[in-house]
Design a binder for this molecule. Structure first.
Ligand code: AQP
Length: 330
């Protein structure tokens, strides 16, 4: 490893159609890191089964997600791309952390579990409740220092830090303490039809999100249908202008521009003109992204995942064995 090289780890669940929020909040950060740092990107399929999934669709989404990583600019030579369930150290470590690192009081604080279950907590799977511990295992196995994610995952990375510190306090220097890194603009992209709610890939209403594989003209239409705020003017203010601020974040994220600059450029625009300009950006982004996506075959991806598995397994097994030894399992 080079002297200043950091270890970076992140992943996305193959739990639905990946969308522009997943791209802007998480994926778009990844390619910039791979020249300087040691990057590991995982398709976290065991997380996806915390909510009931159709097996055929899950298999398809794993390949689709890995292809999306490649289309976003991840280079499989520089970075490791692999499927979580291919490296059994993840679930093994999650069990150990359940026993020696995580507490019920930690998991009771997790807002994503509360948001996802609403009134139905009692019927949710234990896996959905315990998901942050599996995520801590994903991160900690690799000596990760940097976790590039969207804002909704900060609380889970904080938990991984707490667990790592607790384990280290008792068993010595086993884990590196990781840190979440979020983008300045676009760490939390909101739904197109309801800017009080985050854009999510498992939303039932497809008009709330633009999928990365939506037809470009569909992406355009979704922007034109997006809600706006009641008062006029294009400026950024989350309280006063939640819908326009969200569209500005999308514009910045897909058009590679700063929000500040966009506000200047559109100070005299009406909503129609602004949305039209954004629709052009979205349409062009989807065309370019999908051209890249379509340049990979399923066979390419399966080969890349297989190689990634071998590389990831070696790193993961070493730290898992160190901990197993420290706790008396081996
Ligand atoms: N709305 C968002 N804005 C910015 N970033 C976002 N991310 C998700 N939604 C937004 C980031 O994308 C990555 C996806 O990780 P995940 O699939 O493991 O988890 P998630 O946060 O639960 O994502 P979704 O889209 O909401 O999926 P579902 O609906 O399946 O739960 C993370 O880095 C996340 O922060």
């Amino acid at each position: 490893m080079e002297k200043d090289e950091k270890i970076v780890f992140s992943g996305i669940q193959p739990s639905g159609k990946l969308n522009i929020a997943n791209y802007i909040g998480a994926l778009s950060q990844w390619p910039n890191l791979q020249d300087e740092d040691k990057c590991i990107f995982c398709v976290v399929d065991y997380h996806a089964i915390t909510v009931k999934k159709n097996p055929k669709e899950l298999r398809k989404r794993v390949i689709e997600t890995a292809k999306i990583y490649l289309a976003a600019g991840i280079d499989s030579e520089k970075s490791i791309i692999f499927k979580q369930s291919d490296v059994s150290a993840h679930t093994e470590l999650a069990w150990i952390l359940n026993c020696i690192g995580a507490r019920i009081s930690d998991l009771n604080k997790m807002t994503q579990f509360k948001d996802k279950t609403g009134e139905n907590k009692e019927s949710a799977s234990v896996g959905l409740y315990d998901y942050p511990v599996l995520m801590a295992a994903d991160i900690l196995l690799y000596g990760t220092e940097v976790v590039p994610v969207g804002e909704d995952q900060i609380q889970h990375v904080e938990l991984a830090r707490d667990i790592a510190k607790r384990v280290n306090n008792t068993y010595g220097d086993i884990f590196t303490i990781p840190k979440a890194v979020v983008k300045k603009d676009g760490a939390r992209i909101m739904s197109l039809l309801d800017p009080s709610k985050k854009m999510s890939k498992s939303d039932e209403n497809e008009n709330n999100a633009i999928a990365l594989l939506d037809k470009p003209e569909v992406g355009r239409k979704k922007i034109m249908k997006a809600v706006t705020d009641s008062n006029t003017g294009i400026y950024f203010n989350l309280e006063d202008k939640p819908a326009i601020s969200n569209l500005l974040n999308i514009y910045a994220g897909l058009g590679n521009r700063e929000v500040k600059r966009l506000v200047k450029d559109h100070k005299d625009s009406g909503y129609g003109e602004f949305k039209n300009a954004l629709a052009d950006v979205v349409e062009n982004f989807l065309i370019t992204f999908q051209e890249k996506y379509n340049s990979y075959s399923d066979e390419n991806v399966l080969e890349i995942l297989e190689k990634g598995k071998e590389r990831a397994e070696k790193i993961a097994q070493e730290r898992l064995n160190k901990l197993k030894n420290a706790i008396g399992i081996i």
